[in-house]
Design a protein around this ligand. Structure first.
Ligand SMILES: NC(=O)c1ccc[n+]([C@@H]2O[C@H](COP(=O)([O-])OP(=O)(O)OC[C@H]3O[C@@H](n4cnc5c(N)ncnc54)[C@H](OP(=O)(O)O)[C@@H]3O)[C@@H](O)[C@H]2O)c1
Ligand SMILES: [Zn+2]
Ligand SMILES: [Zn+2]
Length: 365
């Protein structure tokens, strides 16, 4: 059970999983009072990241129940603490994966809070006061201002919500590999897995003029990927001939896959000195044969979401380029069906929960 402290006085309605069945039910709990550095947010929308699924089903063995998932949150500020200068009541904001960090280490000082050794996440974390953090599958959130970003006016609050995790998680590796520069030379970019993260990565790569290849397990996604998302090439990863034909063709590959897979066949797609950047987080170690690595002098990297400065930068870039996510809206009473569909790889491309109950309708069947 979450510990609650004396200042946890605000009653909030939310939705939580209570065991590894992952079944979500309505859950009423308490949040802290709005502190001097905090803002209180009326949650409007929350995206459903595959990480939510990993957590509610305890795939990684680290879940603290009850678990209120959700780290792709957009909403409106309803209260600000006395030290808050950059936000005011009525502002449209977003909250992603991060809830607290030490603020003293080199990573915090350079706004790479995501690598702080004391990082606490928006849910399934332990806040300074000892309470368990609860995420955005809830009507209201209290967040330290440092971990809050502005949603640009031009972006709709529903289809912008997944940017708070899916967006920033693919933004940092692409920026790291110099793929998000307007003066950049077009590169051959591969994206493994056309899901929530993958489809945002496609949009970022296309916005900067790159040639995009999707490497997928789902042949049924090909037409839509090409027509709707402007993907240039589509390879089915189980199709040996297709994979062989694209050997040594890509500069960079982003791996967004949520399940176990061998890295060897994907490494073979990279040019010599190409980079495979992993952001997917399967529960089992992935197979890494050495030959495709050493024969191509290739690099494998990984990264975890992004820091707050880059999260705002990413939101602003999306505002400028008009990049939003392709979403399927669900009402809170359909969260379980949506999670089941996410587990079956049946979503185009992100479920977003209509937390505040706008008249958007439910699409999950
Ligand atoms: N590093 C980070 O900071 C970070 C942040 C957010 C999420 N994540 C992790 O990233 C992963 C993806 O998240 P997401 O929300 O994008 O999930 P998602 O929407 O379910 O997309 C994952 C995609 O992976 C592909 N896939 C699924 N099973 C596969 C298999 N057995 N073999 C090969 N490909 C398979 C599918 O694409 P195709 O149908 O095209 O094959 C699927 O659409 C999750 O593990 C999540 O926890 C990490
Ligand atoms: Zn996420
Ligand atoms: Zn720190």
């Amino acid at each position: 059970m979450a510990q609650t402290t004396p200042n946890h006085t605000q009653i909030v309605s939310g939705w939580a999983a209570h065991d590894s069945s992952g079944k979500i039910t309505p859950f009423v709990f308490k949040r802290r009072e709005n502190g001097v550095n905090d803002v209180t947010i009326k949650v409007l929308y929350c995206g459903m990241c595959h990480t939510d699924l990993h957590h509610v089903r305890n795939d990684w063995g680290i879940t603290m129940y009850p678990c209120v998932p959700g780290h792709e949150i957009t909403g409106v500020i309803t209260k600000v603490g006395e030290n808050v200068r950059d936000f005011k009541v009525g502002d449209k904001v977003g909250v992603g994966c991060l809830a607290a960090s030490c603020l003293k280490c080199d990573f915090c000082k350079t706004s790479q809070e995501n690598y702080c050794d004391e990082i606490q996440f928006t849910y399934n974390g332990i806040f300074w006061d000892g309470s368990i953090t609860y995420g955005g599958y809830s009507k209201m959130l209290v967040a330290d201002q440092r971990y809050v970003v502005r949603v640009p006016e031009s972006l709709p609050m529903d289809s912008a919500a997944p940017l708070l995790c899916a967006g920033i998680t693919v933004y940092t590796p692409m920026k790291d590999s110099n793929l998000l520069e307007s003066t950049g030379v077009p590169k051959k970019v591969g994206i493994i897995g056309l899901g929530g993260l993958g489809h945002v990565a496609v949009k970022f790569a296309k916005a900067f003029g790159h040639h995009v290849t999707i490497i997928s397990t789902s042949p049924s996604k090909e037409n839509e990927a090409k027509q709707r998302l402007g993907v240039d090439d589509f390879i089915v990863s189980t199709h040996f001939k297709q994979m062989k034909a694209k050997r040594r063709s890509l500069d960079f590959i982003l791996d967004t896959v949520s399940a176990y897979h061998s890295l060897g066949p994907y490494l073979d797609l990279l040019k010599v000195e190409g980079t495979l950047h992993i952001v997917g987080a399967p529960d089992k170690p992935m197979e890494l044969p050495s030959f495709p690595l050493i024969f191509g002098k290739r690099t494998i990297k990984g990264s975890m979401t992004g820091g707050m400065k880059e999260t705002q930068e990413m939101m602003d870039m999306c505002g400028k380029h008009n990049i939003t996510c392709d979403i399927e809206m669900v009402t809170p009473d359909h969260i379980n069906q949506a999670l089941d569909r996410l587990a079956r790889n049946d979503v185009r491309y992100r479920f977003v929960i209509d937390i505040a109950g706008q008249e958007n309708g439910s699409i999950v069947s």
